[in-house]
Ligand binder design. Structure first.
Ligand code: ADP
Ligand code: MG
Length: 182
């Protein structure tokens, strides 16, 4: 299946979720992330990147996450049509893009939203390529976040697509390099 048809198929599944379901999936996802971070304590000394969810999108509950793990988080900022990252002054505000005030930064690890993922770490985004461009040739750790129903057998990939190191769902953490679930 081509990228656009797969995007539409997965997005229509996502849009059928109620707000309550999204919230409960987001809490479970946050617990899985807390498990991941306790196995990667070195991430706590580097600035990380989160994202601010669209309406029907699973995302970490940052308040819960930061209560459990002392992380320094930044969020996407749009400057001259390109994505960069900013550390907010207090809790992050905004949908997709962080609202000022913030301090621009270069995160060292990334929580990456996606429409779909597969277990090889391939990612399907919303079709704008923001993360592919920002992360091209980046060796930084990339953690894709999704509802289990957003995992598919095979994501069609092009040369410019970036791959994830971990995929975290509401049910489990997936280590792409080891091809192992924990
Ligand atoms: P998404 O990852 O959001 O699903 P695509 O992978 O389809 O989107 O990429 C969208 C567009 O972004 C591509 O058609 C390409 O033109 C552009 N793009 C992605 N990565 C790069 C890159 N590293 N350099 C230049 N253009 C890129
Ligand atoms: Mg892509």
């Amino acid at each position: 299946m081509d990228k656009e048809s797969l995007r539409l198929e997965i997005l229509s599944k996502l849009s059928s979720l109620s707000n309550d379901t999204i919230q409960s999936l987001s809490f479970s996802l946050t617990n899985q992330l807390i498990k991941l971070f306790s196995s990667l304590p070195e991430l706590q000394s580097h600035v990380g990147a989160g994202y601010l969810p669209l309406k029907a999108e699973i995302a970490p509950v940052y308040q819960e996450l930061l209560r459990a793990v002392p992380l320094i988080m930044s969020y996407p900022v749009l400057i001259e049509g390109e994505m960069t990252f900013g550390i907010p002054n207090g809790m992050p505000r905004g949908t997709t893009w962080l609202e000022p005030p913030y301090n621009l930064t270069e995160p060292q690890w990334f929580l990456v939203p996606g429409v779909g993922f597969d277990l090889s770490g391939a990612r399907l985004g919303r079709g704008k390529g923001y993360y592919d461009r920002y992360l091209s040739e980046s060796q930084h750790l990339k953690i894709g976040l999704a509802w289990t129903e957003q995992l598919v057998d095979k994501i069609p990939v092009e040369q410019h697509d970036c791959f994830m190191d971990y995929i975290i769902t509401e049910d489990f953490c997936w280590d792409v390099n080891r091809q192992e679930r924990f």
